[in-house]
Ligand binder design. Structure first.
Ligand SMILES: [Zn+2]
Length: 414
């Protein structure tokens, strides 16, 4: 036997070993997914943030624009009923987002139109969706086989500095309000803008008190560190981060610093992890920063000519292709970090699907949550841990906030 044939035998043996290995791994992965799916049948995914209503707005709020009963990939969407089902989703906070440029009555009108989209979706698809107003509603609805549909307002400019507007949004079903989006308000500072109040203004504190009384969750995604700390000092109910990641792993101003994560156990709130690569890894963040800078430059350059600035941005994107900046393991790392700093009771999922392009590898759409939970189980998470991250933690927070609201209403009558 010459050296060449020994080498070829060794090569053949090693390729058998490789294929056996990958077979064993695949089988384990398939078993894991089956295990996760069984867990999610008990406590499904309750995701903190999905921007599907905004996708409808881009089509004039025409509910006929997409057929979400079928795969919507052709519409460049990542959300539809078949994929929500495959993802084990039983509850979804649909974001009724309005951009920070929509202020005053324009913003109020826009958010009402967004809320209307969620109401109409529930009406159009009664076998799939039902509006949920309480934690009990969420459980009843997902047990009946439908997806509990919650309304999350993003951000606080939608109430146009009016507590009456806040109360009316609650009456229409809004169950959280993200205090700010990218821009600081008169009463709350954003993470990505110049501060005005170093946290909350006096009126900002009144907004929190009224949200506590109403039982509307205070969402401190997007706000500045000082606003996070200020809210945590004054709120009587647990808070949420509906879609935020952690600063220690990706240095974005809108991610949550460790000293704030450490305050969560005392407050009882939950940090629901965002899947956007720009918030997950430094590589992702740097690309997002560069793209934003170019967008700002082009907007200034072209003024009101949106078509010209959009066209120029597309050109920029072609010569600066988005890097594959994050994968499923990065999201698991963020969850691990929160678990390490605060504990398993304070982590949730707020993927932000439909709110960004270029999802992490392995988490391409709403069908992929089980793959993330399989990864967490591979890292030693128990079935109980998975239930907490998927849905139990946010349900606990909702219940607690409902209890605080009932108590505050009782006391205010005395
Ligand atoms: Zn957002």
């Amino acid at each position: 036997m010459n050296i060449k044939s020994v080498a070829s035998i060794l090569l053949a043996m090693s390729s058998v070993a490789i294929s056996f290995d990958s077979f064993a791994q695949n089988k384990t992965q398939a078993d894991r997914i089956a295990e996760v799916n069984a867990i999610l049948r008990e406590v499904p995914v309750i995701d903190g943030h999905n921007d599907l209503p905004w996708q409808y707005r881009k089509k004039g709020n025409d509910l006929g624009a997409f057929d979400i009963t079928k795969d919507t990939s052709a519409n460049k969407l990542v959300t539809d009923f078949p994929r929500l089902r495959a993802g084990g989703v039983g509850g979804q906070f649909w974001s009724v987002y309005i951009p920070p440029t929509m202020t005053g009555t324009i913003g109020v009108r826009a958010v009402l139109e967004q809320i209307d989209v969620v109401h109409r979706l529930c009406e159009k698809y009664p076998n799939e969706l039902e509006l949920a107003l309480t934690a009990d509603d969420v459980e009843r609805i997902y047990r009946s086989g439908k997806i509990a549909s919650l309304i999350g307002m993003e951000g606080g400019h939608a109430i146009d500095n009016s507590l009456a507007m806040l109360r009316m949004m609650h009456a229409l079903g809004a169950r959280y309000m993200t205090l700010t989006h990218m821009k600081s308000l008169d009463w709350a500072d954003a993470a990505t803008d110049t501060p005005k109040s170093n946290g909350l203004s006096e009126f900002g504190e009144q907004v929190i008190a009224e949200m506590n009384r109403l039982g509307m969750l205070v969402d401190i995604s997007h706000v500045s560190d000082n606003t996070m700390r200020h809210v945590l000092r004054v709120t009587k109910a647990p808070v949420i981060f509906s879609h935020s990641s952690v600063r220690a792993l990706c240095d974005h101003g809108r991610n949550v610093p460790d000293d704030v994560i450490k305050l969560l156990p005392q407050n009882g709130g939950v940090l629901m992890v965002n899947f956007m690569p720009g918030y997950l890894t430094e590589r992702g963040r740097q690309y997002t920063v560069a793209k934003q800078a170019e967008e700002d430059r082009l907007e200034k350059l072209h003024g009101n000519d949106r078509t010209a600035s959009q066209a120029a941005l597309e050109k920029w994107k072609q010569s600066n292709p988005r890097p594959q900046a994050a994968d499923l393991k990065d999201v698991a790392n963020h969850i691990d970090h929160i678990r390490k700093i605060a504990g398993i009771d304070y982590v949730g999922i707020g993927a932000d699907y439909e709110g960004f392009d270029g999802p992490p590898t392995g988490l391409e759409d709403v069908s992929t949550y089980p793959a993330l939970f399989a990864e967490l189980m591979n890292r030693g998470y128990s079935a109980e841990d998975i239930k907490k991250v998927a849905g139990s933690n946010i349900l606990r927070v909702m219940r607690k906030a409902e209890g605080v609201s009932a108590e505050l209403k009782r006391n205010s009558k005395n």
